[in-house]
Design a binder for this molecule. Sequence first.
Ligand code: ATP
Length: 449
Amino acid sequence: MVESTEEHVVVHIGLDDIDSPFNGCTTHFTYMFIKKYLLMNENIEFIDYPNLVRLNPSIPFKTRGNGAVALRIKVRKPYKDVLIKALTNSLTDYINAYDVKSKYSPGVAIVEGNIPVELSRIYMKALTDYVHIDYLRNLLNKVNNIELPLGISRGVIGALAAIGWPQDTDCTYELLAYRLIGNIGRERCIDWNSLREVDVKYKDYVFNNYDHVEDVPLVAPHGSDPVLLGIRGNDPEILVKYFNELNLCEAVDGWMIYRTNQGTDAHLVLRSIDDVRPYRTLCVETSVKSRPKVLRGAHVVIEIHSSPKTYAAFYADTSLTNVARDLNVDDEVIICGSVKQWSNNTNVLNVEKLYIKRKIIKEIHNPKCPKCGKRMKSLGRDKGFKCVRCGFKSKEITKDINISIISLNSLHVVKTSKMKHLSKPLSRYGRERKCSYLIPTSKWIEVYV
Ligand code: ATP
């Protein structure tokens, strides 16, 4: 852990909500700020890659992927105030230049020295639940080494949560390439064949950049944000090679690598079935209460054993519906996803992952004749059974019910193109590690313009 010294102070800068659906983006502002003020600046040293921290994907305020940023640097003491001034001035310029509308509430937070434990709590809450602004106010009353140069805003929730992303948790990397200002809004020019080939070449080190089953590229956002593409992977050096081998048919401003919590399932925390609430992300261990119901659009819904009443919804475009349709009452499952509330106030868990522990297979047959052993014929509801071979009849005899329990332990995830930024793809299982702040030793930013 890098600590403050007589000459230097460790500073964590959190940023969020510096965007609008049509213009700007928090990571783009970060790149522009680093490019202008922090690169080649002898007053500062990075003690970690810039962090791109994804938060609760079901929060309604998000513009796109609910991402916030943290920068962790060592600053020469006399320079700290100059740096904060430069940061707030750049932010004002960016907001004006990119027309970041007032509906959005940019948040900036600065923490000097050790990170208070309350920030890892706000991270967990912002990642897996809804954070009320009063929760933020309460936190700010308890902690005194937080500066908010722009004051309290909703964006501060994400900014503080990003700073609070704890060490010793799994992490991955993303290289984001930024468009030239004049190209923003135009169709992106990327040679998709080269992407497909490069992705196959580095498949053991990268994830969720190309859906090879559906033949769909996943690196480029849609619409007019300043990101040309983002390449996700487990190793920052491979990301640079991957990027350099792509055929891009448009010039870029530059690129930067972030350390991130993407692809780690950090949001899928195991909760008790009584803790299912709207906007929470979770996994619950439960069993199936009702037979699967297929809705219009081929979506599948089941009720799970819980109180209050909770449904699990499997959407047709996630590729989970086939397996959901085969679920039986009493099957033991772990279901993961985020909770929404339908208009009738019932909680619905939108399923991202389904783990079938045990399947209950019930076979029901007409009874065998106790006299001759032949299967009997039903005489109608409540009228008993008759043997067609020997003529034996009985009203008391009941159907044979055979229950077999199969330990399945099968895991089902949504298809690659439907995964959230935070979702852990199957290829990352077994590749988890404990990450800490990491001073970049190889190239992590390139500025062309
Ligand atoms: P982009 O991907 O372009 O950066 P975004 O999807 O990250 O956009 P933001 O514009 O950053 O969305 O908006 C998210 C807003 O929601 C921020 O103000 C953030 O502080 C706030 N927020 C994030 N998570 C939570 C949460 N769990 N509870 C309440 N507010 C949250």
